[in-house]
Design a binder for this molecule. Structure first.
Ligand code: SF4
Length: 223
């Protein structure tokens, strides 16, 4: 599954309107230039849509994995598969952030970390778009979005989700039990099926950062 060209993603992040003070903007610009100059961004994504092995129930079985995820059970329609995906910006950018902190270049390190998060968000949008497209091509729609550790999907679902998404193919694995490695990676699971209605919940509903989160509204992928 593909590596993505970093250029368009970098231009997308660079073009995002910023309300930062001029000094912050300077470090942000420097961080973007650093990523380009040192080829720090290695965006990649991988996913698969895996048929359920038995009729949908609170514990969903797919690809020899089991996930307790009753939130994915639809009010109507038919849940027939799980769509599991993973995206990353690779390990180089977080290593460079660490090096900057060790050199005490804190402002540039923070700016680079923030830009890396924005890049990851841009890659995860590509992932969602491709998952939606693949589902539609198979006559399915997606509903609900869960990430391991969200209310509704335990953190220990991470390993199974990564396996189904073939995360290994893009160099994403686990460290410390359930944490993603590289850190600047994200994994996601959607319910997939026929005539699934849009869900009324979001993974953001119970998040303590919701009030200040700038990306929450865009996290809500339509069904
Ligand atoms: S509110 Fe923001 S931080 Fe919280 S889950 Fe949603 S996107 Fe993530």
């Amino acid at each position: 599954m593909p590596s993505l060209p970093a250029g368009p993603l970098l231009r997308e992040v660079a073009g995002q309107a910023s309300a930062k003070r001029s000094s912050q903007q300077r470090f942000r610009d420097e961080a973007l230039a650093l990523i380009e100059r040192e080829s720090l961004a290695e965006p990649a994504l991988s996913f698969s849509i895996v048929d359920l092995e038995e009729p949908a129930a609170e514990t969903l079985r797919a690809g020899d994995e089991r996930f307790y995820a009753p939130k994915l059970l639809p009010q109507s329609g038919r849940l027939t598969a799980l769509a599991c995906g993973v995206a990353t910006v690779g390990p180089r950018v977080e290593a460079r952030v660490g090096a900057l902190f060790r050199e005490r270049s804190m402002s540039l390190g923070l700016a680079l970390d923030e830009v890396a998060n924005e890049l990851l968000f841009a890659v995860s949008r590509r992932l969602q778009d491709r998952m939606l497209l693949a589902a539609r091509k198979s006559g399915l729609n997606l509903a609900g979005e869960l990430r391991p550790g969200d209310p509704g999907l335990a953190l220990n679902a991470q390993a199974g989700l990564l396996r189904l998404a073939d995360a290994e193919s893009i160099g994403v694995g686990l460290f410390g039990g359930h944490m993603l490695n590289p850190i600047k990676s994200v994994s996601v699971m959607f319910g997939a099926g026929v005539d699934l209605p849009a869900v009324r919940w979001s993974r953001c509903d119970e998040c303590s950062s919701r009030a200040t989160c700038k990306i929450a509204p865009r996290e809500l992928v339509d069904a």
